[in-house]
Design a protein. Structure first.
Length: 182
């Protein structure tokens, strides 16, 4: 398959097989024809731009560019988490996907995203993911019992064994507590 043809088409045919070669081509295109690469839809409703956007990277002057393996991980996340959430609840707003500057986090491997669905309480989305999807780790972050719109949902997916770890935190970080709020 010709890279510029699928980049210019902005998406691959739904039945196309994403090979390691294609992911390497996309990683290279981020350097060679950035605007085109960013517009590429990894899956029908999620572009590479949405998954790479980072105010922190921009503020620090860091190029938040994934390699081929990290792009493959981002697509895996779109297929197994973000597209099913969108199909169930409607448009998903990704607030943080890939983060090259947090290599120890699953965000640094392209395996995790933070997101919200406008008009749907984060706890509703989190419970549905917990009960429905094959996730690796699900964290309801910065939740507040008095404000259903507070915080965001963090979810990861990997090609390894999925842990199905479920955590919550009233802030955006430690300490974490097991499970979702009652
Ligand atoms: Zn996160």
């Amino acid at each position: 398959m010709n890279l510029s043809a699928y980049l210019q088409g902005r998406h691959l045919p739904a039945d196309a097989t994403w090979t390691p070669t294609i992911f390497a081509d996309v990683a290279r295109a981020l350097r060679d024809d950035r605007a085109l690469a960013l517009a590429l839809a990894l899956t029908p409703h999620f572009t590479l731009r949405e998954l790479l956007h980072s105010d922190t990277a921009k503020a620090r002057g860091i190029a938040n560019d994934p390699n081929a393996a990290q792009i493959a991980a981002l697509r895996h996340l779109c297929v197994h988490i973000l597209e099913p959430v969108r199909a169930k609840f409607g448009p998903v707003r990704v607030t943080s996907g890939f983060r090259i500057f947090t290599p120890a986090s699953q965000h640094g491997r392209g395996e995790a995203a933070d997101f919200e669905v406008t008009g749907v309480p984060n706890i509703t989305v989190a419970r549905w993911i917990r009960d429905t999807l094959p996730f690796d780790q699900l964290i309801l972050e910065a939740w507040s019992p008095s404000d259903p719109n507070a915080g965001w949902v963090h979810t990861s997916a990997t090609v390894r064994q999925m842990r199905k770890s479920v955590l919550r935190t009233p802030t955006g970080g430690a300490p974490y507590f097991a499970g979702l709020p009652k």
